[in-house]
Design a protein around this ligand. Structure first.
Ligand SMILES: [Zn+2]
Length: 217
């Protein structure tokens, strides 16, 4: 059993509690990796031209480690599990959850991207709690991601678990890798959508969904 003797160890054991219980050797590997990572952040600070030992930067490697574990919390859950509790309801019309805020991390630059997701589905007997849809979005956002894949993952999870007649997901996000670097377009936003079932087959259903988002995207 590893004795948690400093804050890095405590941070790792809190974040990987399941591993700690099942496989202590694996937790030692995580602790070693976290120490290597913090050393790498020190190297990065020096590489960029600053002093990793100065006051404001001294604790930065630990803070970056902590932040990254938070940005990637989605890896340590199964987002689909949020949808498992379903209710039988005789509702055959659109259920739309708008403006689900999320924060994610672009896997190409490790820069944040953030925005809102709009998730609509037409149930086929099974519905889920509305907050569960938001948790599903959160679970796929909190990992190294690209917006296009995140959109598809949300649609496919709902398709698999709720088996609805149709699903449509629209995500609008700003990417810091476009705002603060590269082409520096700070007002540009990216809209992605993914559709299945009725929304793919029937333009009227898609139009109804989009009319309910008017003024939002
Ligand atoms: Zn990027």
């Amino acid at each position: 059993m590893f004795i948690t003797e400093n804050k890095e160890h405590r941070l790792i054991t809190q974040n990987f509690f399941d591993i700690l219980e099942q496989n202590p050797a694996e937790i030692n590997k995580k602790i070693a990796q976290s120490q290597n990572f913090m050393n790498a952040v020190r190297e990065l600070i020096e590489l960029c031209g600053d002093d990793p030992d100065r006051d404001g930067l001294e604790e930065t490697p630990y803070r970056v480690l902590k932040a990254f574990l938070e940005y990637t919390e989605g890896y340590r859950e199964d987002p689909k599990a949020h949808l498992m509790k379903t209710f039988d309801v005789d509702h055959q019309e659109l259920v739309l959850v708008r403006d689900i805020e999320f924060h994610s991390m672009c896997e190409h630059h490790f820069a944040p991207f953030f925005g809102v997701a709009h998730v609509g589905y037409i149930p086929n007997e099974k519905i889920t709690g509305l907050s569960k849809i938001a948790r599903l979005v959160e679970g796929y956002a909190k990992r190294f991601q690209v917006q296009e894949r995140m959109t598809t993952e949300i649609v496919e999870a709902i398709e698999e678990i709720l088996e609805p007649k149709g699903i449509m997901v629209v995500i609008e996000a700003k990417h810091m890798c476009m705002c603060g670097r590269g082409i520096k377009k700070s007002n540009a936003s990216t809209v992605t959508s993914s559709v299945r079932g009725i929304f793919a087959d029937q333009p009227d259903a898609r139009a109804e969904f989009l009319s309910l988002l008017q003024g939002r995207i």
